[in-house]
Design a protein around this ligand. Sequence first.
Ligand SMILES: Nc1ncnc2c1ncn2[C@@H]1O[C@H](COP(=O)(O)OP(=O)(O)OP(=O)(O)O)[C@@H](O)[C@H]1O
Ligand SMILES: [Mg+2]
Length: 282
Amino acid sequence: MSETSKASEKPDELAAVYESAGVRRAPAAALLVEIRQLHKSFLHMGRELHVLTGINLDIGAAEIVAIVGKSGAGKSTLLHCIGTLDLPSSGSIRLAGQELTGLPSAKLADIRNRTIGFVFQFHHLLPEFSALENVMMPGLIQGRKRSEMTVLARNLLEEVGLGERETHRPGELSGGEQQRGALAGALGLKPKIILADEPTGNLDTGTSEAIHQLFFEVNRRHGTTFIVVTHNVAFARSMPRVVTMSDGKILSDERLEKKPAASEDDDENEDNPAPASAADQA
Ligand SMILES: Nc1ncnc2c1ncn2[C@@H]1O[C@H](COP(=O)(O)OP(=O)(O)OP(=O)(O)O)[C@@H](O)[C@H]1O
Ligand SMILES: [Mg+2]
């Protein structure tokens, strides 16, 4: 598609600026998210609060990236801007080669539905529907056939280990199971990217670890890009790339040597033939 190829054709006149600012770049053809000079301010009680103060960040297709930093650093705000849930004050965000800033809200909603899955700390499962119906819902809203979505949702619930819980409503699932359900729901429309904000923030260590491994597995199997905001140091350190934010800026952007255990298997990548982990590209 011409939209996706734009990213690789774009002259890279700012490369030197990024390099001097310590911003690491993935190969141009594989870029999924390109953020340039992103600023976000909130007007609060007549005072302007400058929350993102010039973010430059590139994330390649099939990367799995942790975003860490102190409370109030701007992590969720950045995630919301990437996810088209909030509008930046200035700067540019390109997703799969398409500029998001300036698009009308209907177009943003369409891109969001087609490209992005969300897994947030306080899961967004609809309480009155079963796990199966929750996973089917985004597809049904998009006009997909019920029969098609039933099969897909069953497979996804099976994949996240919830095959036995498809008739349970969210209130009849444990916290960890709800997060698995949220991940299955986020995967329902085969998004290019999953944005997760403290996805295991309210779970015990063992359950968190199991969900973390699930993220790596989905990344490896489907080539889904993950951007995960987390306060969990062990989880962040198990990721191939860790971006640290402070006061609305990127303080460091490290690619770690260590690969996650799950990506060392040589299973085939089902949906995306591209390398499944940033460690493979680094
Ligand atoms: N709608 C808003 N109006 C005014 N200020 C806001 C708004 N949303 C966020 N902020 C402020 O912006 C700053 C960054 O918030 P953000 O939620 O991005 O932080 P965070 O890094 O995700 O923190 P945490 O780790 O605690 O979740 C905070 O100081 C917060 O108070
Ligand atoms: Mg936050």
